[in-house]
Design a protein around this ligand. Structure first.
Ligand SMILES: Cc1ncc(COP(=O)(O)O)c(C=O)c1O
Length: 408
């Protein structure tokens, strides 16, 4: 492909001041997809949990629906149908973790292939690319997708995947999925665009409708929302890629248990309610922090001060409870702040009903090489919050008290 600096699709100038309207059928799909009681002989309204690892066959090689639970089972099938419906996709596939799903996507590649990944990516994804993909001779370029006009210079004949997070973790950058997908497809229609939609969920962002090929989830976060399941998922429309992934799901065995599938499926029923409340609490906390003299900068795409605000409005139907901020201070101040929080627990992960706080440079993004953390500004005074579903005034009072502890 000849380098051509006109090969990129410009964003449409934003002229709107509210988020996209919500998916009007979201909760109906979450409650009913895959759950018709008539498929069970007992006609139970809530799907039974099928723990059996194996299924009797009518005759050798003639199973009724399922043969062995690694290949498929009723609870995983229901969940996969729901996930596909919620993202407006044809196929859903579940894996034992978000990283398990990432690992399986990477098995689509061959030695010598190339991936372009957003520079500010979840630490575990960064580690996978740097420490594991490299062993199989798969090269990865980390790229700032807000410089879209330079993307064509990075795309090579062996580029197979474009890896995006939107918003990014932990810097909450917003990227234009439609413009990126169109730009990539103009150069090579075979390159797959992947969007890790963990931070927003299918309720607030629909990457397939924006032009992406694959949506990736750590279901361990908002989609399950109760911090009691580790699981991952992929949703897509492409039949051929789906068949390859379905083969890999069984052949690599990176699958979740039926009980965990049941729990996530149950959690999806309340996803819309939880996300709306996470958004409201998150925005109130962000506004409080923005007004506080000890805060240097708040990174929340729902704030007008955020560089991705206008893009977020035209790509999302809302924001989650995720935000980051820079304290005016150093590592000791960050630690003092975390130590003095009562309701925000110091812990990795996000998206549960409980509020969490962490220092990415010491925790979730510790595996990102120090020089890369420095370039990205993942500094020791950067704090990431997952704002939960507690009463929001209690959360604001908690943060205020912990900030005051730094001053004293
Ligand atoms: C954005 C994002 N993607 C993927 C993952 C990996 O998911 P899991 O922990 O379920 O393996 C995480 C985990 O924190 C994440 O934050």
């Amino acid at each position: 492909m000849a380098p051509n600096d006109k090969i990129f699709v410009e964003s449409i100038p934003p002229n709107i001041d509210s988020f996209l309207s919500e998916d009007k059928h979201f909760s109906t799909k979450a409650i009913h997809s895959g759950c018709n009681p008539q498929q069970w002989s007992s006609m139970c309204v809530i799907p039974p949990i099928s723990l059996s690892t194996t299924y009797e066959q009518f005759a050798p090689g003639e199973p009724k629906l399922y043969d062995y639970s690694r290949s498929n089972n009723p609870n995983r099938e229901i969940l996969e149908k729901s996930l596909a419906a919620l993202d407006g996709g044809k196929y859903g596939l579940c894996f034992s973790s978000g990283l398990g799903a990432i690992n399986v996507i990477m098995q689509l590649l061959q030695s010598g292939d190339h991936v372009i990944c957003i520079d500010d990516v979840y630490g575990g994804t960064n580690r996978y690319f740097k420490k594991i993909a490299s062993k199989f001779n798969i090269s990865v370029t980390f790229f700032d997708f807000n410089n879209l006009q330079n993307l064509h210079k990075e795309i090579k004949s062996n580029t197979k995947l474009i890896w995006l997070e939107c918003p990014t973790n932990p810097l909450m950058k917003v990227v234009d999925i439609t413009a990126i997908s169109s730009t990539v497809k103009l150069i090579n229609t075979k390159i797959l665009v992947i969007v890790d939609n963990t931070f927003l969920t299918s309720y607030f962002q629909k990457p397939l409708a924006l032009g992406a090929d694959i949506v990736l989830y750590s279901l361990s976060k908002y989609m399950n929302g109760h911090s009691d399941v580790i699981m991952g998922a992929i949703v897509l429309n492409n039949e051929e890629v789906h068949q390859e992934l379905r083969f890999l799901q069984n052949a690599t065995g990176v699958i979740p248990s039926p009980f965990d599938c049941y729990l996530v499926e149950r959690s999806l029923k309340t996803l819309k309610l939880r996300m709306k409340e996470h958004m409201e609490n998150g925005l109130k906390v962000a506004k409080f922090l923005e007004s506080h003299p000890l805060i240097e900068e708040v990174l929340h795409p729902g704030l007008k001060s955020h560089s991705g605000y206008k893009l977020a409005l035209r790509q999302w139907s809302g924001c989650s409870g995720m935000l980051s901020f820079y304290l005016k201070g150093d590592l000791n101040d960050s630690k003092t702040f975390l130590k003095n929080l009562k309701y925000f627990k110091t812990a990795e992960s996000l998206g549960g009903f409980e509020s969490l706080a962490e220092i990415p440079s010491l925790m979730t993004h510790m595996s990102v090489p120090p020089e890369m953390r420095k370039t990205l500004k993942i500094t020791d005074n950067l704090i990431r919050l997952s704002v939960g579903l507690e009463s929001v005034q209690d959360l604001i009072d908690d943060l205020n008290k912990a900030l005051n502890a730094i001053k004293n």
